[in-house]
Design a protein around this ligand. Structure first.
Ligand SMILES: N[C@@H](CCC(=O)N[C@@H](CS)C(=O)NCC(=O)O)C(=O)O
Length: 216
């Protein structure tokens, strides 16, 4: 059955692979599933046809036969459940990997996204610098905790899993901020994830969309 995902027609991240279709592309590449991409404009995302697929009018969505999913956590989980390569067959290892998927999206991603919101929307406020420090403090707390847990391991729980895929993708949002470099093991963790052939294919595919949109 053909898998179709949606992605930005023109991603506002300039092709850096920060839009969340990248993690879905990456998961599909890891398990060797081909997929098609339907590009949507910001306007189309808020229209009824897209809202029927995604109640919040966002990307990515995932369609496979009569199944339609939204939320990257659920999409990556679905891919990992249906195909081998992202979740262990051992029940406990699988449960721990799923815990890391939730941790990536519920505990680590929110303060990182909050920083982006502050930088994007609150830069002109008199309290901007103060607020940014607070928000970055929260990120630094999480990074210290995560760094302590990762130690010198390659991945969070032995083998690379869907937990690593989501965690690394979330941490990538900090590339260029200098914050990851405060923890060399986390910077190396992200670099290791980005060096995976499946990630590179996913990154190139999203970049090709951006390049075509800006040069075509
Ligand atoms: N929690 C959602 C977040 C989805 C999300 O924020 N998508 C962004 C692109 S990365 C989007 O569509 N933004 C446009 C909007 O919210 O209007 C997920 O993981 O799928």
């Amino acid at each position: 059955m053909t898998i179709t995902i949606t992605a930005f027609e023109r991603s506002p991240d300039g092709g850096k692979g920060l839009a969340r279709d990248t993690r879905v592309r990456w998961a599909l590449e890891e398990v060797g599933q081909p997929y098609e991409v339907r590009l949507v404009s910001f306007r189309a995302m808020k229209e009824p046809a897209h809202l029927a697929l995604h109640p919040f009018g966002q990307i990515p969505t995932y369609q496979e036969g009569d199944l339609a999913l939204f939320e990257t956590g659920s999409i990556v989980f679905h891919i990992a459940e249906r195909h081998s390569g992202l979740l262990s067959d051992d029940a406990n290892a699988r449960a721990r990997a799923i815990a890391w998927m939730f941790a990536a999206l519920n505990t680590v991603e929110p303060p990182i996204v909050n920083r982006e919101v502050v930088m994007l929307l609150e830069r002109d406020k008199t309290w901007y610098e103060e607020r940014l420090l607070v928000v970055e403090g929260r990120i630094r707390d999480r990074l210290s905790e995560l760094s302590g847990r990762v130690g010198d391991a390659d991945w969070l729980e032995g083998e690379f899993s869907a937990g690593d895929l989501l965690m690394a993708d979330v941490l990538r949002r900090l590339n260029g901020s200098g914050m990851l470099d405060e923890h060399p093991n986390l910077a190396a963790y992200v670099a290791r994830a980005e060096a995976r052939p499946a990630f590179k294919r996913a990154f190139e595919a999203q970049l090709a969309v951006f390049t075509a949109a800006t040069t075509g």
